[in-house]
Ligand binder design. Structure first.
Ligand code: NDP
Length: 455
């Protein structure tokens, strides 16, 4: 059984789930297709109302939903509650704005009239990661439900209880299983579903490796896909930055969710004028963090999501040190025991030939770089195969906006950490993937943008 919930704090097996049978796969596809056909005749307003009920259910039982996240992937309980709230904000956004986001778009052409309408296309296969087990799923489910596309979820195998809890919230709101189904599918079954004509779109959030495999399957079957992959997001501190807020945000950006977010601040590029004070500032705050049980309110740094995540990060750090990098703050002695704890670290001296140079570090390890000016900062930022997000700190917003235009990423945040908002598009370029989630762009990704001409 591949789907197992293991408490990352103590390594205890909580529950395991059998893989789906092929008959379940077929029933899932059949129900999804029936929902797709029915939804064409259902007013959007009805789906908006139901979506709001999903949000209400999760908000009313926030502790219940949050605790599952802490137990399945180790998220601090307070951060887990924040995730539930943000998940419901995404649902509420589409519940409020669904119809208006999908209204017909008129076009002007000589001697004729034209408009585009946004029709549903069929089931969407959503392959989702463990780092934000509810939020990531809602970003796909909510807009597609409004459109009339059913979602079939293949969640990460380490968060099966979270996958079930999400489905539970949907069923409690009265949404039928055809509109949303969590399925404990193996990779072959996922590929079969992608190939099935009842599935017309594929959305993945996860690693570059998973992304390239699923994108290849989608391409082979001529199915549209969106890929939200990893990043090595920069956190740039210019010489005129407000140091205190840069330091505070840097620590939140690196240690939030135990450093396991695609848009976590990962590479800290700091002007030489502020470099020493910045490193002292973040070191002092890293030192105040306490690793422990995510359900204990005294814990301020969560364990990593799994033993394999802990071991992967340890390997990356060891390779970086062998390649000449230096730990300038923190204790690199591996934490023994069944849990997945990882001590925070600050690393410098990462040269272009170091294995860590262009790797995504999915955990509480900060890479710091000293630069002489903005030109060097932008060059370093862009010397990456990834292009997801990034942040720039400067008291001169116009200067930061100018630099933002030169950074090769899908998103840049100025004087704040990179967070997703329902109202604005989210996504990357280069090996961070393609397509956009959230906002008007997100809801239109999996629609038939149908042109209608009339006289
Ligand atoms: P993966 O990218 O492997 O997993 C993400 C999802 O994809 C999971 O549901 C996984 O299922 C599924 N998956 C992976 N390969 C396939 C496949 N061939 N066919 C069908 N489904 C597939 O993440 P990992 O947990 O392995 O994390 C490894 C690294 O990926 C991290 O260290 C981090 O660098 C990056 N990552 C980035 C994320 C982001 O938000 N950008 C999120 C998660 C990871 P299953 O669990 O069953 O393997």
């Amino acid at each position: 059984m591949a789907y197992k919930a293991i408490n990352p704090f103590n390594g205890e097996l909580i529950r395991e789930f059998p893989n789906a049978t092929d008959a379940e796969v077929e029933t899932t596809l059949k129900n999804a297709h029936e929902f797709y056909l029915e939804a064409k005749h259902q007013p959007i307003l009805e789906r908006e109302k139901m979506l709001k009920e999903v949000a209400d259910e999760m908000n009313a039982n926030i502790d219940y939903y949050a605790k599952i996240l802490s137990l399945n992937m180790g998220k601090l309980f307070n951060e887990a509650k924040q995730e539930v709230l943000r998940t419901t904000e995404f649902a509420e956004y589409y519940a409020r704005n669904g119809s208006s986001l999908l209204k017909d778009q008129p076009y002007e052409i000589p001697n004729n009239y034209a408009y585009v309408e946004y029709n549903s296309i069929g089931a969407i296969m959503a392959v989702e990661p463990w780092n934000f087990p509810y939020m990531q799923v809602m970003r796909v489910f909510a807009p597609n439900y409004i459109v009339g596309n059913p979602t079939i979820l293949k969640h990460a195998s380490i968060v099966p209880e979270a996958a079930q809890a999400f489905e539970e919230a949907i069923l409690k709101a009265g949404i039928p299983t055809g509109a949303f189904k969590n399925i404990f599918a193996d990779y072959d079954q996922v590929n079969k579903m992608i190939a099935d004509p009842r599935v017309q779109g594929v959305a993945l959030t996860g690693s570059e490796r998973a992304g390239s495999q699923i994108a290849a399957e989608s391409g082979k079957n001529l199915k549209k896909s969106t890929m939200e992959l990893g990043g090595t997001d920069v956190f740039m501190v210019l010489d005129d930055a407000d140091l205190k807020s840069a330091v505070n945000d840097a620590v939140l950006g690196r240690l939030g969710n135990a450093g396991q977010a695609c848009t976590s601040a990962k590479r800290f590029i700091v002007n030489q004028k502020l470099y020493d004070d910045f490193v002292d500032g973040i070191s002092a705050q890293f030192a105040k963090r306490t690793l422990g049980d995510p359900l204990d309110f005294k814990t301020t740094l969560a364990p990593m999501s799994s033993k394999s995540a802990q071991q992967k990060l340890q390997g990356q750090v060891n390779d970086a040190i062998s390649g000449g990098a230096e730990i300038i703050w923190g204790d690199n002695t591996p934490i023994k025991g069944p849990g997945s704890m990882f001590n925070p670290l600050i690393i410098s001296g990462i040269t272009a030939d170091n294995p860590m140079y262009d790797q995504e570090l999915f955990g509480p390890v900060a890479q710091v770089y000293k630069v002489k000016d903005d030109v060097e900062a932008v060059q370093l930022a862009n010397r990456s195969q990834y292009g997801l997000g990034g942040a720039i700190y400067s008291k001169d917003v116009e200067r930061a906006q100018n630099l933002a235009s030169h950074i090769e990423t899908g998103m840049v945040a100025i004087n704040q950490t990179m967070l997703s908002h329902a109202e604005v598009p989210f996504g990357g370029v280069k090996r961070s993937g393609y397509g956009r989630e959230l906002s008007d762009l997100g809801i239109k990704e999996f629609t038939n943008q149908k042109t209608i001409l009339y006289k």
